[in-house]
Ligand binder design. Structure first.
Ligand SMILES: [Fe+2]
Ligand SMILES: [Fe+2]
Length: 181
């Protein structure tokens, strides 16, 4: 696991706020976390049923919060920043891909975690999410950096951090710690 950096940002000699993360950096962090969890799920054996369920729960929670944040905060800002047809396409495709993930998740939850079907569906979910995150990172996010300035992306980052905090209330952190222990 990656070690958390504890280095403090120096504010010496200025009234500058401590460095904040912009919207794209935050969304990428979520992607990384979900990729790791999906990778861990793929490595489980059919005997590890309770671990599979715990991991799936954690993945579901992460995805729900992440997609909600994108749909309510980031995607609309991206859509509003551009009048280009190609950007509109990216926006609608991203929404549709969220929709597909929404349909696959409840199906996996219904299946016996010790079955081959579970492993197959978990693999499909992993491929779907990875494909979607990859597209955001290589197409939508670079476009967003062109369309929005630094200040705008930092403000969106703040909104995202606040929305996430109010949605999780620390639950996610505890759940992730549980999975990792
Ligand atoms: Fe997304
Ligand atoms: Fe995303």
């Amino acid at each position: 696991m990656r070690a958390q950096k504890t280095t403090r940002h120096s504010t010496r000699g200025s009234t500058r706020r401590p460095a904040e993360k912009d919207a794209i950096a935050l969304l990428k962090e979520d992607h990384e976390k979900v990729r790791e969890l999906l990778g861990e799920l793929e490595e489980t054996t059919s005997k590890a049923t309770s671990r599979r369920q715990t991991l799936l729960k954690s993945i579901e929670q992460e995805l729900k919060i992440h997609t909600k944040i994108e749909e309510e905060i980031f995607y609309p800002a991206f859509r509003d920043a551009s009048s280009k047809e190609d950007d509109k396409k990216l926006y609608y495709e991203a929404l549709e891909e969220h929709h597909v993930v929404d349909m696959v998740l409840p199906e996996i939850k219904k299946i016996d975690a010790g079955s081959d079907e579970f492993a197959a569906k978990a693999k499909v979910l992993k491929d779907l999410v990875e494909h979607h995150a990859e597209e955001e990172e290589t197409e939508m996010f670079p476009r967003a950096r062109k369309l929005m300035d630094r200040e705008e992306l930092l403000q969106l980052g703040q909104q995202i951090a606040q929305a996430k905090e109010s949605m999780t209330g620390g639950i996610l952190t505890r759940l992730t710690e549980m999975v990792r222990s």
